[in-house]
Design a protein around this ligand. Structure first.
Ligand code: SDX
Length: 428
């Protein structure tokens, strides 16, 4: 608690509300007794000024462009760590020892296969189904296959479900891709790293051996780290809300996947690359900048802007550098990257974007890299969901362990009709 209170006078009655301190970042006013004291609700559509929970996982300073996972800056984790190590950190709160990391990787590796009956599940989809539609369906169905890890009150089952979700997402994602291109599913291999295994399940074919390119493995692992967790974003809040009712972890993560699919959220990476391709050449940029500024035009610069970052998204910094490195190492000269860099420069010097503090976010450059690696744009949000699963799972576990948590049930400002009597149809 802080040593100062917030005082609110409503209808002539004055009440104090406790101000709570975090370890860093904005304080919060504890308004849990507001309705009992005043008969009033707070009103905050989009939750721009609302802390939904207490969390120790990820801290974001939107003004300073800071992102910490359990205190470690995202730039250091992206350069020094690995996605498996970041998974361990998010789940357990501390960086692992070598032995702890090896044991964790072994555990995850041994959960990468999916129930063979699940392969039949895919056959119900059309081949041209969007892979995110397949992800929503297949992940939601996992509770039908792994019912032995759905008791959320059993910490052992919670741990197994957490490991199963992190381990099986690459397999499920790769199967969604294979199904869409009409190629056979590829089983995971226990002698490959998490990320190399995913790339092999995605791109290998029975007709020839597939050796994952270390450059691509490193870039993919970095991209997974950059997408691992991000405080109480829309999809994480969806997972927490679903979990607050006691829903099983597979259903909660499926809810998160559905929310992430939206173009204002995780779907922005697919939309951003499609936008860059539509712009096509640098000389077309001014036309699209004008459209983005036109209030009557619904067009927005996809990959730009953020609810929290009013400065540069630190993940975009790493992503742009990774894009440059990967394109150079792969010898790919994608004009879309030039359009992206020029668009960024023009937008960052345009008064509209400066005034509204609109900067590139994590989704602006990721598509350039994913396209160079060989993923179709429809797979981009699937990759975001794959990486974000550890964040969703860590936040879900934290919520269940939080004694202050109860079922999420917001109220409303009602502006509909007041009570009136039913009128039979013959009298209307
Ligand atoms: C992610 O929350 C997270 O942490 C999400 C995420 C994560 O890791 O989980 O970081 C991942 O979702 C990143 C964001 C990806 N989305 C996009 O790139 C889509 C394009 N961006 C916008 O839709 C928008 O910026 C949002 C949704 C990201 C944020 O919207 P806000 O915070 O609700 O801000 P807003 O929509 O109220 O916009 C503020 C102003 C508006 O103008 P005014 O009404 O004040 O005149 O800025 C304008 C908007 O019109 N604006 C844009 C713009 N984004 C905002 N104008 C042009 N292009 C844009 N991209």
């Amino acid at each position: 608690m802080s040593d100062n209170n917030a005082t609110l006078t409503v209808g002539g009655a004055t009440k104090d509300y406790a101000v709570m301190d975090g370890s860093v970042g904005p304080q919060v006013i504890d308004v849990r007794k507001l309705y009992a004291n005043t008969g009033m609700f707070t009103y905050d559509p989009g939750f721009t000024s609302t802390a939904s929970c207490e969390s120790g996982l990820t801290y974001i300073d939107g003004d300073e462009g800071v992102l910490l996972h359990r205190g470690y800056p995202i730039g250091q984790l992206a350069e020094e760590s690995s996605f498996m190590e970041v998974c361990y950190l998010l789940l357990n709160g501390e960086l692992p020892s070598k032995t702890e990391l090896d044991d964790f990787i072994t555990t995850i590796t041994r959960h990468t296969m999916v129930h063979e009956q699940l392969t039949t599940f895919y056959r119900g989809f059309r081949r041209d189904a969007h892979p995110m539609a397949i992800m929503c369906g297949v992940v939601g169905a996992l509770s039908a296959f792994y019912h032995d890890s759905t008791d959320i009150n059993d910490p052992v089952q919670r741990k197994i479900a957490s490991h199963r979700l992190i381990a099986k997402m690459p397999t499920i994602a790769a199967m969604a891709y294979k199904y869409s291109v009409g190629q056979p599913f590829v089983y995971p291999r226990n002698d490959l790293s998490y990320t190399a295994n995913f790339l092999r399940m995605t791109f290998s074919v029975p007709a020839e051996e597939y050796i994952p390119d270390p450059v691509i493995v490193d870039a993919m692992d970095k991209i997974f780290i950059l997408h691992a967790d991000h405080e109480q974003n829309a999809s994480t809040s969806t997972v927490r809300l679903a979990g607050s009712s006691g829903a099983n972890p597979f259903a909660c993560i499926a809810a998160g996947i559905a929310c992430l699919w939206g173009p204002a959220h995780g779907g922005a990476n697919e939309a951003a690359l499609n936008m860059l391709r539509e712009i096509g050449t640098v000389d077309k940029i001014p036309e699209y900048i004008a459209r983005a500024k036109n209030k009557d035009d619904p067009f927005r610069l996809m990959g730009f802007g953020h609810r929290v970052y009013k400065n540069y998204d630190p993940r975009a910094t790493v992503m742009q550098k990774t894009a440059k490195d990967v394109l150079e190492k792969l010898g790919v000269n994608d004009p879309v990257f030039d359009v992206a860099k020029e668009l960024e420069q023009i937008a960052l010097n345009d008064p509209y974007f400066i005034e509204k503090k609109l900067y590139p976010n994590v989704d602006f450059y990721s598509g350039v890299i994913l396209s160079a690696i060989g993923f179709p744009t429809e797979m981009f949000t699937v990759l975001f969901a794959l990486a974000r699963t550890v964040g969703w799972v860590a936040q879900w576990n934290e919520m269940i362990s939080d004694p202050a948590q109860k079922i999420g049930r917001p109220r409303q400002l009602y502006t509909g009709p007041t009570q009136r009597d039913y009128v039979p149809v013959e009298k209307r």
